[in-house]
Design a protein. Sequence first.
Length: 608
Amino acid sequence: MIYATAFYAGLKPDPLLKVSEWSDEYRVLSQTASSEPGKWRTERTPYLKEVMDSLSPSSPVEKVIFMKGAQIGGTEAGNNWIGYIIDQTPGPMLVVQPTVEMGKRWSKGRFAPLIENTPCLKDKVKDPRSRDSGNTVQSKEFPGGIVVITGANSSVGLRSMPVKYLFLDEIDAYPGDSSGEGDPVLLSIARTNTFTRRKIFLVSTPTVHGISRIEKEFESSDKRYFFVPCPQCNYYQVLKWPQIKWENNDPKTAHYVCIECKGKIENHQKIDMLAKGEWRATDSTKDGKTAGFHISSLYSPVGWYSWSQAVAEFLHSKDNEQLLKVWINTVLGETWVDRGEVPDWKHLFERRESYTIGTIPEGEVVLTAGVDVQKDRLEVEVVAWGKGRKSWSIDYQVFEGDPGAKVVWNKLSELLNHHFLGPHGVEYTISMMAVDAGYATQEVYNWVRSHQGSGRVMAVKGINKALVPLNSPSRVDITVSGKKLRRGMKLWPVGVSILKSELFQLLNISQNEEAGYCHFPEYSPEYFKQLTAEQLITKVVKGYTKQEWQKIRDRNEALDCRIYARAASIALGIDRWQEANWNSLAGEKAESKKKSEKIRKSKWLHEK
């Protein structure tokens, strides 16, 4: 019955208010969900006015695309629209978050405070504690309409009902496929086809060029940018990162230089600039039904995110590809362009160095290892990591034998506890070993459990579509009642696609003084062929481009081992270490100061 009521409610005359006007009149921000609680003021974020008003029934725009940086207020613009619908233009609405779990968190942390703190909404959405409220975490009924909240990973949720209003939040975090039934964005939009006056709002910070959904949507729009005037010459311009300047690596000196008059603009002057700003479409060939807005965090209001903060974060991330990628996505609101090409294995082979396999280089380093499990062997690489992600391959071992037998695992235990010789007689042991649990899973779990007390081993599993290099672990040990053990073994998801892109970027660095340079001893050509055995290709699937790694050679075990060794270094936190951390590190010294009886040497890869 509620769906029929909602359908006919969609035939009501348009209200006089626009979304921004309704927000200024009625919206109240909560203390728990907002840094600036109290009455909403669009004048605080003037650039959101046109975005919100394009979602009003009086606007001819049907589809609104918002590609943005962080600290801009995009989520609140969506919340204002939802409140407006409940109060002014009731009808069926679908809100899609990246996952069902994230949808529930959004409902509790964002949607519930919106209703609770805005009186006109609280009167229309019943208390969830009421027996007949029609109000649950994932469904909110109100007179003439309903809001359903789901995740892009649930095809059932995306096909639940026809909707007039669709809010797709953080679409670049959506999975490529929803429960095997296709692209979640296309599935969601299909729910709106029965409504001629539908409104669709797509919001996201972008990710990788070529696979970013929000970038593809923005490119299909009229591409609007927010132009603001220079306080000195009044020239209207889009705020661009190259115009942000600072002195002596000091973020406090950050300022903007007008592209026209070269005048110096301070962060506090943004208040007047934003108030006078205007959106300008840059593609007039479109039909006017799709409005695309792009804005970076450089526009963030005074008191939120400053130019000094942007500079500080840039200086912190500029030498780390993964951190820089996040900075470009979240601060500039732009896609990351993968610059890494498949390195030439012959070039890597020719630049080998003469240090002895199994010995540690001079300087502050920490050792990790990556283990690839095959049906008839284990393959392991030990890597030393230094400042700026510099790396040295220390050893590569192949333990022949069935992973179902104890022999290979005993050899791996010996390697875990092996003492590697460093400068001045200092001995090192492996600080973290990551073991792939994709094959012989139970045997991997058993071995990891047996060494769990050392805090130096981790079971990992490669995930191609992961959004981060190393994700939060899941617990795999359960009790007889089916409950997961709090102190049980954990399985760590590794973003192998992300780490392969990073590795190839580092392998292409040619100067050994540069951060991230990879050093290798005199391994055979086979090692370098395996290390570069894959390439990143771009495919078009159902109208969307996607990137995936494909083998260009049959053997890629060395590549997998290096990726897992890198994941182990991330687990140790070396990417976050400051200078003081490295200075206090004299290497992972073995407990025993005795010189090890032998220096381990690879038996199959050290031929010249």
